[in-house]
Design a protein around this ligand. Structure first.
Ligand SMILES: NC(=O)c1ccc[n+]([C@@H]2O[C@H](COP(=O)([O-])OP(=O)(O)OC[C@H]3O[C@@H](n4cnc5c(N)ncnc54)[C@H](OP(=O)(O)O)[C@@H]3O)[C@@H](O)[C@H]2O)c1
Length: 246
């Protein structure tokens, strides 16, 4: 496991947007960021999931999150621009962006993968990530020190049978990260890195490995040290790298 001890106020005065914040790793990351002082913006498909996370954050005494339901499968450029305006009006800038939301798609060979499901995975995991990043860049440029984390996977670094659409989408995610990192290198205060959480006890993992004992895998809480490290100032200047949570 990645060894890192975050200061309690590591993310004080930082505004951080987390996608897929209603469940799984994204929900835990949002709660962890809020617990370290961040003002979090919770984005996800299902309002009730986001509201439940927001309530937990409020009950713990942290800053009240902004809840922003958005379906990344259907969202268009104008929707991302509306989000940019909403964040600008409330917070003026954005200090962190955790691209976490993804779908698994079919666990099938390429010849068994229907067009529509391949396209759906690419829409949520890649196209939406690109459109959201582009819309947020003006706000990230206003930050004194901004971090963008792209969530990858081991199959986004080496292809594997029956992981086609998802694996291809995670390779593309690494490509988005590297391209943004190179564009920001030197002249910008924005850094971009990718993070492979590794097998983690969530609904997605259970969907991918229905016969596995979930207790075998670490919980989202277990892998939070690297989520904190990459989002906070201790990783300032680290740009364009691919990390593993363990
Ligand atoms: N868990 C693992 O073992 C593992 C391993 C490697 C990589 N990862 C990566 O880690 C990230 C988090 O995975 P997880 O296991 O926490 O997944 P999860 O439990 O399935 O949660 C996925 C989250 O993404 C959101 N989401 C899905 N489709 C969306 C859409 N169209 N629009 C908006 N939000 C959408 C979901 O929102 P709703 O709550 O509204 O459904 C949910 O909050 C993903 O990028 C995944 O690829 C996970």
């Amino acid at each position: 496991m990645f060894e890192y001890k975050a200061a309690p106020d590591l993310l004080a005065n930082r505004v951080i947007l987390v996608t897929g914040a209603g469940r799984g790793i994204g929900a835990t990351a949002a709660q962890t960021y809020a617990a370290h002082g961040a003002q979090v913006i919770l984005l996800g498909r299902t309002r009730s999931h986001l509201e439940a996370v927001a309530q937990r954050i409020r009950q713990a005494g942290h800053l009240t999150p902004m809840v922003y339901p958005l379906d990344l499968e259907t969202a268009k450029t104008a929707d991302y621009e509306r989000l940019e305006v909403a964040i600008e009006q409330r917070f003026d800038c954005l200090d962190g962006l955790l691209h976490n939301a993804s779908i698994l798609g079919p666990r099938a060979t390429l010849d068994e993968t229907p067009d529509q499901e391949f396209v759906q995975v690419m829409q949520v995991n890649v196209n939406a990530t690109f459109m959201l990043t582009r819309a947020m860049l003006p706000l990230l440029h206003r930050s004194k020190e901004a971090s963008v984390i792209f969530t990858s996977s081991s199959v986004g670094r080496k292809g594997r049978a029956q992981w086609g659409a998802y694996a291809v989408s995670k390779f593309a995610t690494e490509g988005l990260m590297q391209t943004l990192a190179d564009e920001c290198a030197g002249s910008s205060l924005i850094r971009a890195n990718s993070l492979n959480p590794g097998g983690t006890r969530t609904d997605m993992r259970a969907q991918a490995y229905p016969d596995e004992d979930p207790q075998r895998n670490p919980t989202p809480e277990d892998i939070m040290p690297i989520y904190l490290y990459l989002m906070g100032p201790d990783s300032a200047g680290i740009n364009g790298r691919a990390f593993d949570a363990r």
